[in-house]
Design a binder for this molecule. Structure first.
Ligand code: C2E
Ligand code: MG
Ligand code: MG
Ligand code: MG
Length: 290
């Protein structure tokens, strides 16, 4: 049983109670082999412009098809990968496959940006920028078509973070701050970071409906980001009300189950076409303002 394994392992159970046989030690052993056994797979979730209704990008989200346990979500194995250092090879696997997939889409005429989540442990590797550069060369993807998502948790060493970000910007890739609004970091670093996007954490978006303060926080983040010349993305949009509120308050882009869940690569192009039609029927923020 999960809890019987003691306090030290309990941190693995952050998001939800795992099945009893999802023992972290077994998971760790299995995870070592997962890349070679081709059990890892990327799903992609579209990112929609709230101004035009167009799909402006897709985010790569990893899943693990475990032979006995079925699909395991990243919340349940990324912490193990971070703890053991396996995030380094897994992270590179994600980067390579996301870039390769995007290159294929580009060649088929679907011009998009792919976003890749980067863990603190990957980002703080001294050669992280070289890895990114190598993958871009290997996959021949235009650097502007790659976006890296980092979180505030990486901002412990501000000077070092800034220098890594500068090296990445020199390569031409785009940078987003993910899960913004949940950490405790100083807002001061934002204006010093060479970043492009701010992604508002989904917990804030979900609470907007019931909590006036959260509405205020969201609109404040949007104006602050715009004052810093950053593009703002709302994560986890699930309802029409959330979408309309965000459009009216000039949030630039959104992601969420309201548009679509993450899906395998082969479904993306068809779905993108469908979503763009739904959003068109639904109405654009220009209509609201007129
Ligand atoms: P994230 O980067 O903030 O990704 C958003 C998460 O919210 C995804 O969960 C996505 O499926 C989910 N989501 C999207 N729209 C909605 C919505 O409307 N409602 C709800 N309830 N959820 C929504 P997922 O795929 O389980 O990933 C969880 C986290 O795991 C990600 O959060 C990211 O931090 C991490 N992760 C995922 N893939 C990778 C990866 O390749 N590398 C690393 N280092 N971390 C990853
Ligand atoms: Mg993300
Ligand atoms: Mg997020
Ligand atoms: Mg995250």
């Amino acid at each position: 049983q999960a809890k019987k394994q003691g306090k030290n392992n309990y941190k693995f159970y952050s998001s939800k109670e795992l099945e009893p046989n999802m023992n972290p030690i077994k998971l760790e052993m299995d995870l070592h082999k997962a890349i070679h056994k081709e059990e890892l797979i990327l799903h992609y979730q579209p990112k929609v412009s709230l101004k035009t209704g167009k799909i402006v990008g897709v985010e790569a989200l990893i899943r693990w098809n475990h032979p006995e346990l079925g699909t395991i979500s990243p919340g349940d194995f990324i912490p193990i990968a971070e703890e053991t250092g396996l995030i380094i090879p897994i992270g590179e696997w994600v980067l390579y496959h996301a870039c390769k997939q995007n290159k294929e889409w580009q060649q088929k005429g679907f011009k998009t940006t792919v976003s890749v989540n980067v863990s603190a442990r990957q980002f703080t590797q001294s050669n992280f920028d070289e890895t990114v550069s190598r993958v871009l060369l290997q996959t021949e993807l235009n650097p502007q078509s790659l976006e890296l998502e980092i979180t505030d948790s990486m901002t412990a060493n501000i000077e070092r973070t800034i220098s890594t970000l500068q090296n990445l910007k020199k390569l031409g890739v785009r940078i987003s701050i993910d899960d913004f609004g949940t950490g405790f970091s100083s807002l001061n670093y934002l204006q010093r970071f060479p970043i492009d996007n701010l992604k508002i954490d989904q917990s804030l978006i979900h609470r907007m409906e019931s909590n006036m303060n959260d509405k205020t926080i969201v609109t404040t983040i949007i104006s602050m980001a715009h004052n810093l010349n950053l593009n703002v993305v709302a994560e986890g949009i699930q309802t029409k009300e959330q979408l309309i509120y965000l459009q009216q308050h000039l949030c630039d882009e959104g992601q969420g189950y309201f548009f679509t869940k993450p899906m395998p690569a082969n479904k993306i192009m068809v779905t993108v076409f469908e979503i763009e039609n739904v959003v068109k029927d639904f109405g654009l923020p220009q209509d609201i303002n007129e």
